[in-house]
Design a protein around this ligand. Structure first.
Ligand SMILES: Nc1ncnc2c1ncn2[C@@H]1O[C@H](COP(=O)(O)OP(=O)(O)OP(=O)(O)O)[C@@H](O)[C@H]1O
Length: 456
């Protein structure tokens, strides 16, 4: 073993001490580095966070690394940073996170910290980019645009960034809002003139007088002209003043069809990272983390059963575990595989005979999937959070049952057949161009009729 490899931990710890690195910085950027080889005075170091990590380390830690290596060995070395994919035989540890116990802020979920975020192959880049932004808001990547499917951890990452920034500097003005809140406040300020709690001046003060703006689920401003217009000016004001902007969405800017081009191009100025569905190992790790955080003890076969069968949505993965715990508490019974199978039979039932699919099953399943109630879908509310699931229900009723448009309309709150037709057409179109919608449809079909629609 080369002396640099022997002394590697000490070299990293020297940098940590001399530069007074926080635990999260150290664990994300340095502790995960491994020395691949040392040849002709060049040290090749593997960076598990890929290109994001390589850029970040080059800017921040290259010199400290050179100095620490030269202090430890008495010789000067050049450094080459490579991605793990360039050394296929190497296994590299994923970056981990730290305990960060004391952060609790209004509007932020206290549990959504880097510490409780499990890093896996599905979110490694998004996590690394988030840590980089948390460490140097307004400098590293601006805006940071995080996209991915439903319930995959975008909000969790955004809150983690906010907690981290506030913990390091409690004076920082961090604002986290959903795009729905942004839109509602804008509407209120326009509608109410100067007599309201939220006048236009107050609205602009609120959104422009801050250091970090986080807008969750930006897809909901698509198609809303005045919201896009105001957001465009908010964006420019903040970005021009080097304030950090973090945006989440269910799809990348290029796939947001009716987004104004000038906004799309701004979203593409910084860094765009995605979060995909977790693999089996990550699902296991997330369940174990939850078990640890909630102080449960659950047999591995139960955890494995959930991880194997609930594959595409982390909210649902956690929900499955919660459901089992709640049932066991209520019934005061032991948590075992048989109980898990019983409690989760609506979600997971691979061996079940093909069930008869009814519109009621479809409506209930779609509502649950989107965290709504069946009466939301049947009712008259027309917000996009409800319209989209309602149209999905129309589409699935058409696809999975033999009933007529008229009966689908009756089941969905007495809607007429042209409304149903339009809803079905919209989803048919989305299925063609949106991978996201295709995925949602697949998941729902599997939930509605697991025996017929198995997912990988
Ligand atoms: N990598 C992870 N480690 C631990 N928990 C996770 C991870 N990813 C997601 N979760 C958990 O899954 C749940 C859903 O995550 P979150 O709300 O962040 O998803 P989202 O992508 O914002 O969803 P939506 O598209 O509905 O807004 C949360 O309870 C979150 O803590």
């Amino acid at each position: 073993m080369h002396p640099i490899q022997e002394k590697w931990t000490d070299i990293l710890n020297t940098i940590r001490e001399e530069h007074q690195l926080s635990d999260i910085s150290f664990k994300t950027w340095l502790e995960t580095l491994t020395v691949h080889s040392v040849e002709d005075n060049e040290v090749t170091i593997v960076v598990p966070t890929g290109l994001i990590g390589i850029n970040y380390i080059t800017n921040r830690y290259l010199l400290p690394l050179k100095v620490a290596i030269s202090e430890a060995t008495g010789e000067e070395y050049e450094i080459a940073l490579i991605e793990p994919k360039d050394i296929p035989s190497e296994t590299v540890q994923a970056p981990s996170t730290i305990i960060n116990e004391n952060v609790e802020r209004a509007n932020l979920n206290p549990r959504y910290t880097f510490d409780t975020f499990v890093v896996g192959s599905n979110n490694k880049m998004a996590h690394a980019a988030s840590v980089a932004v948390a460490e140097s808001p307004g400098e590293a990547y601006n805006p940071l645009f995080i996209y991915g499917g439903v319930g995959l951890g975008k909000t969790h990452l955004m809150h983690s960034i906010a907690h981290f920034i506030l913990q390091k500097n409690p004076e920082t003005r961090v604002l986290y809002v959903t795009s729905e809140i942004f839109t509602n406040e804008l509407i209120e300020s326009i509608r109410s003139g100067n007599n309201a709690d939220m006048t236009m001046t107050k609205f602009r003060e609120k959104y422009r007088n801050i250091d970090v703006l986080m807008i969750d689920d930006i897809q909901f401003i698509v198609g809303k002209e005045s919201t896009q217009e105001e957001f465009f000016h908010t964006f420019n004001a903040l970005h021009g003043a080097k304030k950090q902007i973090i945006i989440s969405s269910d799809k990348p800017p290029k796939d947001m069809e009716i987004l104004e081009d000038r906004l799309r191009s701004r979203f593409e100025w910084g860094l765009i990272v995605d979060i995909s569905a977790p693999d089996y190992e990550t699902r296991m790790a997330i369940l174990k983390k939850k078990e640890e955080l909630d102080g449960y003890y659950i047999d591995d076969d139960v955890i494995e059963y959930i991880a194997k069968n609930v594959t595409s949505n982390i909210r649902e993965l956690e929900g499955s575990l919660n459901k089992i715990m709640a049932f066991a508490n209520l019934e005061n019974c032991e948590i075992n595989l048989a109980l898990a199978e019983k409690v989760l039979k609506d979600i997971i039932s691979p061996d079940e005979e093909m069930r008869v699919v009814t519109p009621e099953i479809i409506i209930r399943t779609v509502a649950e999937h989107f965290d709504l109630s069946a009466s939301d879908l049947i009712g008259n509310k027309r917000s996009s959070q409800i319209t989209y699931p309602r149209q999905i229900a129309m589409y699935l009723c058409r696809q999975m049952t033999d009933i007529t448009l008229k009966i689908i309309g009756d089941k969905l709150g007495g809607r007429d057949h042209s409304t149903i037709m339009n809803g079905i057409k919209r989803i048919e179109k989305e299925v063609q161009y949106s991978e996201e919608t295709r995925e949602v449809i697949n998941i729902l079909k599997k939930k509605i009729n697991p025996a017929k629609n198995s997912l990988k």
